[in-house]
Design a protein around this ligand. Structure first.
Ligand SMILES: Cc1cc2nc3c(=O)[nH]c(=O)nc-3n(C[C@H](O)[C@H](O)[C@H](O)COP(=O)(O)OP(=O)(O)OC[C@H]3O[C@@H](n4cnc5c(N)ncnc54)[C@H](O)[C@@H]3O)c2cc1C
Length: 431
């Protein structure tokens, strides 16, 4: 026998990637009673923790934009179906600014330059251009821009971060770059050095002090030290400040491969702030089905084997992502939206999904698969009109955008989340 229950909210957000999290944040800040339900909290742990708005457009030409807003304007003019084109530069900018302010209130400071993208080194020895970086990465922006004498540090036993390799790859453009490998300053179980384990250990002042002692003899002329982004799970800026004081030079973090500690910091800080602001954050809860009455969705059904809970709501934000998140699934028959069964725009026959070359700069047609929406960010049904008057979609599940190729992930997630929440508020007020 199953146990049934229900709770009532103003807005239920399905998904806790960047889009769902931003939607929950915007909605709680506007006084709504919000529940956020998510099958996993995982995807953000893959992300580097930096916030892109737009760097490359069109991807086929590899045109790089120093000013992301000029890039967004060019994209909107050339791609009228892209979600950015529905919003315009002003709304996207407001959304990103509000989200950065929310993160500050959640204890995560982000930095950048007015109307400019900035560039940081990556663990692959390449450079990454983005709009806003965590405070703990900022000295990397300054050092890379000024080609300051720098020392890159890694730890014995780390598998996916090699300071020597990064220095070697970057040295032709950044000549005064050296590297050193030091033993991790605390004995750890096992031979691997997983990022989260290192970050946990580096929460301790004592471990930081021993790390500084190990690096000190190698400083030479370095004015700044770069290291993998493992400076604590919660308190990276304090750890950076602590090391800077001990060593007398600037310190910065370099994003690592997943699992990414800055991504985990983002996840933890956002969840804590949402709970603090009164949202119900329901992690590890899959939305199993939906309740509908005509063209209204009245609730989301969640649960497990022996119980079901209906989250009743006046509005729903669908932010379930694409294939990685689970919002879309692909089979021989085509591509399906997994919760409502909404129609998905995609390139058609499977042989048309991908180009011949895997790394084709233009991306693959399937990368732009997703939901069609109306001007209020409501997914369209089979007839071409909105499917439900109170269901709104946000984030990577939307069609006609390739956030990976255009380097626009966070901007797209956050700005469409704001649009979805604002559209719900307009519906509620009868507009
Ligand atoms: C490897 C990687 C690198 C990245 N790097 C960057 C970067 O450098 N810069 C940047 O700006 N952004 C980066 N991002 C983040 C990126 O901006 C966002 O992940 C992307 O925009 C998609 O966000 P989303 O919220 O739309 O979907 P997702 O992040 O895919 O989230 C979807 C959510 O929906 C949930 N879900 C799906 N189905 C259900 C269901 N039935 N019930 C309940 N929950 C469900 C999933 O559990 C998940 O929480 C990166 C992401 C990844 C994965």
């Amino acid at each position: 026998m199953k146990y049934y229950s229900s709770r009532k909210f103003d807005l239920v957000v399905v998904g806790s990637g960047l889009a769902g999290s931003a939607a929950a944040c915007f909605a709680t800040r506007r006084g709504l009673r919000v529940a956020q339900v998510s099958a996993s909290g995982g995807e953000m742990a893959f992300a580097s923790g930096v916030l892109d708005v737009l760097h490359i457009f069109p991807p086929g030409e590899q045109k790089h934009w120093d000013n992301p807003w000029e890039g967004v304007a060019a994209l909107a003019a050339a791609s009228p179906q892209h979600p950015y084109a529905r919003l315009g530069v002003g709304t996207i900018r407001e959304a990103v600014e509000e989200f950065v302010e929310f993160l500050r209130g959640a204890g995560l400071e982000y930095r950048g330059l007015p109307d400019r993208n900035v560039t940081i080194p990556t663990a692959a020895g390449t450079s990454k251009t983005t709009y806003r970086v965590p405070q703990s990465m900022w000295n990397g922006v300054v050092a890379m821009d000024g080609k300051l004498p720098a020392l890159l540090v890694d730890f014995t036993g780390m598998k996916d971060f090699n300071a020597g390799m990064i220095a070697e790859v970057l040295r032709p453009e950044w000549p005064d770059l050296r590297s050193v490998r030091v033993p991790f300053p605390k004995p750890l179980m096992g031979v691997d050095r997983p990022n989260l384990m290192l970050a946990e250990a580096l929460e301790s002042e004592d471990v930081l002090a021993r790390f500084a002692e190990a690096v000190w003899p190698h400083l030479g002329n370095a004015r700044v030290i770069g290291m993998p982004a493992v400076l604590g799970l919660r308190s990276a800026p304090q750890a950076v400040a602590d090391l800077e004081e001990r060593l007398g030079v600037g310190v910065f973090e370099i994003p690592t491969l997943p699992p990414s500690v800055p991504g985990c910091r983002l996840r933890e800080a956002i969840d804590a702030a949402l709970v603090r602001d009164g949202a119900k954050v329901l992690q590890d809860r899959r939305a199993l089905s939906v309740r509908t009455e005509g063209r209204r969705c009245t609730g989301i059904v969640t649960g497990a084997e022996e119980w079901r809970e209906t989250l009743e709501a006046d509005g729903i934000v669908l932010a379930t992502g694409r294939f990685l998140g689970g919002g879309l699934s692909a089979s021989q028959e085509g591509i399906a939206e997994t919760l409502f069964g909404l129609p998905v725009t995609h390139p058609g026959e499977r042989r048309l999904w991908h180009r011949d070359r895997f790394l084709d700069h233009r991306g693959h047609p399937v990368n732009e698969a997703g939901l069609e929406i109306d001007d209020r960010f409501r997914p369209l049904g089979r007839g071409g009109a909105f499917a439900f008057e109170n269901v709104f979609a946000a984030g990577s599940i939307l069609a006609h955008q390739d956030w990976v190729r255009t380097k626009s992930g966070a901007g797209l997630a956050v700005s469409t989340a704001l649009a979805a929440v604002e559209a719900f508020l307009r519906l509620r007020s009868g507009g």
